[in-house]
Design a protein around this ligand. Structure first.
Ligand SMILES: *Cc1c(COP(=O)(O)O)cnc(C)c1O
Length: 429
C-alpha cells in the first residue's frame, strides 16, 4: 500500500492503541499499577535523570495514560500530550510551565464559568494575574499584553455562550507579541476544529465532556504543537529554557526540542502538582474517543434540529446557536466549525426565571444536571444553579440571565428530544 497519513476516524481508533507487546491484548489494558520494576540501578538512574524513556511511578507516567496521550495528540495534530485529572487540572498545567509570580495571562472574558473563577480567583493566589478581554476583537489581546504577559487563553467555541473565536487572528497577535496561544477545545473537539492548524501553541481539553463522551470519567489533557520557540526571548520562559536544578541543570527546551513542554508536563508538573489521570479513566476515555467522529456528527445534527424547533416555538424568546443563519457567529462557525456548531447552546423562554425553572422541572427524558457532552441530553438553568450566588447584573454579563437555559443535546432519537421539550414548553401554558 502506498504510504498515506491515516484519516481522523482511523487515528481515533488506532493511534496509541497497538496490541499489548507482552500479552497480545488487542485493546490497551488498564495498567492498574503505581510503580514499575527497574532492570538495574543504572537503568533506574538513567530513568531518574530523564536519559531513558520509561516508567517509574504512575504519578508521572503510566502506559494506559500514555496511550491516551498519544491518541489525543494525534487527533489534534500536536507533537505530544499530557493527560490530567480533570479539565481544570489541564488548565493549571498549561500555565504552570509558563508563569512565575507577577506574570500575566490575557484571557477571553467569555470562558466557561468555572474557568473564570479559576483564573480570576485561584490563580491569583499564585501571583498569576488574568486580564480579561472581549475576544470578538483580536486586537484587544495586543492592547492588553505587557512584557509580563506569558500567554493568551481562549475557547474555540465557548461554553455556554456559543462565542466562536477567530483563532487565526488571535494566533497572529500572539505571534507578534511572542507568547503562546492556548485554546480550550473542549466544546468543539478535534473532530470539529483543530486549533493547531490555525496557529495555536497549546490545546487544552476537559476530556470529561465529548472525548470520553458518556458521562463516566473525569479527565483533562494539554496538547503541545511543538512549534513554539521557548528560548527565543532570553528570560521569558525560564522553566523551559533555563537550567533545571532538580535535573542537574538540564535545559528542557535545549535537550528535548519540540517535546520540551510535554516532558516538562510529566517530569515537573505532574511530579509536583500530582493532578494525574487515573488509568481507569484513561481507558474509558480512549474507548470513548473511538466513536468520537460518529458521535459528534450525530450530536451536531440533533442540535441543529432541536435549535430549529426551539427557534420556531411561540414560547421561546431566543435561541443562541451558531448553526442558525441569523446567529452572530454563523460566519465564524462556517469557517472554523464547517462540520457543525457543536451540541451545546443556550435559549431563553418567555416568562423569565419562573418559566426557566418550570422547563428544567418539566422535562422527563432530558436530565437536569451540571455537565455537557454526554450521550444523554442534559439541561441546566444557570440562574437557579451554577450562577445562583451572583447578582442579577453579574448573571446577565455572564450570559446566565434569569430566562437562560443551557442544553447539551445528546444522541437519543431526535424526535424524542424534541417531544420532551415540546411537552415541557406546553406546561408553561
Ligand atoms: C467542563 C469544562 C472545563 C473544566 O473541566 P473539568 O473536567 O470539569 O475540570 C473547562 N473548560 C470547558 C469549556 C468546560 O466545558
Amino acid at each position: 500500500m502506498p504510504h498515506r497519513k491515516p484519516g481522523f476516524e482511523t487515528r481515533a481508533i488506532h493511534a496509541g492503541g497497538a496490541p499489548d507487546p507482552t500479552t497480545g491484548a488487542r485493546v490497551t489494558p488498564i495498567y492498574q499499577t503505581t510503580a514499575y520494576v527497574f532492570d538495574s540501578t543504572d537503568h533506574a538512574a538513567s530513568l531518574f535523570n530523564l536519559q531513558t524513556y520509561g516508567y517509574i511511578y504512575s504519578r508521572l507516567t503510566n502506559p494506559t495514560v500514555a496511550a491516551l496521550e498519544e491518541r489525543i495528540a494525534s487527533l489534534e495534530g500536536g507533537r505530544g500530550a499530557t493527560a490530567a485529572a480533570s479539565g481544570h487540572a489541564a488548565q493549571l498545567m498549561a500555565l504552570f510551565p509558563l508563569m512565575s509570580p507577577g506574570d500575566e495571562v490575557v484571557v477571553s472574558n467569555k470562558l466557561y464559568g468555572g474557568s473564570v473563577t479559576q483564573f480570576s480567583r485561584t490563580f491569583k493566589k499564585f501571583g498569576w494575574q488574568a486580564i480579561f478581554v472581549d475576544a470578538d476583537d483580536p486586537e484587544n489581546f495586543r492592547h492588553a499584553a505587557t512584557e509580563k504577559t506569558k500567554a493568551f487563553f481562549v475557547e474555540s467555541l465557548a461554553n455556554p455562550g456559543g462565542v466562536i473565536t477567530d483563532l487565526e487572528a488571535v494566533a497572529r497577535v500572539a505571534e507578534g507579541v511572542g507568547v503562546p496561544l492556548i485554546v480550550d477545545n473542549t466544546m468543539a473537539t478535534p473532530y470539529l476544529c483543530r486549533p493547531i492548524d490555525y496557529g495555536a501553541t497549546l490545546v487544552c481539553h476537559s476530556t470529561t465532556k465529548f472525548l470520553s463522551g458518556h458521562g463516566t470519567a473525569m479527565g483533562g489533557a494539554i496538547v503541545d504543537s511543538g512549534s513554539f520557540d521557548w528560548s527565543a526571548t532570553p528570560g521569558r520562559f525560564p522553566s523551559l529554557a533555563e537550567p533545571e536544578p532538580a535535573y542537574h541543570g538540564l535545559r528542557f527546551h535545549e535537550t528535548f526540542g519540540d517535546l520540551a513542554f510535554t516532558i516538562y508536563g510529566h517530569a515537573i508538573s505532574l511530579r509536583d502538582l500530582g493532578a494525574t489521570m487515573a488509568p481507569m479513566n484513561a481507558f474509558l476515555t480512549m474507548t470513548g474517543i473511538e466513536t468520537l467522529a460518529l458521535r459528534m456528527e450525530r450530536h451536531c445534527a440533533n442540535a441543529q434540529k432541536v435549535a430549529e424547533f426551539l427557534a420556531a416555538h411561540a414560547a421561546v424568546a431566543w435561541v443562541n446557536y451558531a448553526g442558525l443563519p441569523g446567529n452572530k457567529y454563523h460566519a465564524l462557525a462556517a469557517r472554523y466549525l464547517p462540520k457543525g456548531a457543536g451540541s451545546v447552546f443556550t435559549f431563553g423562554v418567555k416568562g423569565g426565571y419562573e418559566a426557566g425553572v418550570k422547563i428544567v422541572e418539566g422535562v422527563e427524558l432530558i436530565s437536569h444536571l451540571a455537565n455537557i457532552g454526554d450521550v444523554r441530553s442534559l439541561i441546566i438553568h444557570p440562574a437557579s444553579t451554577t450562577h445562583r450566588q451572583l447578582s442579577d447584573d453579574q448573571r446577565v454579563t455572564a450570559g446566565a440571565g434569569p430566562d437562560v437555559l443551557r442544553l447539551s443535546v445528546g444522541l437519543e432519537s431526535v424526535d424524542d428530544i424534541i417531544a420532551d421539550l415540546a411537552q415541557a414548553l406546553a406546561k408553561l401554558g
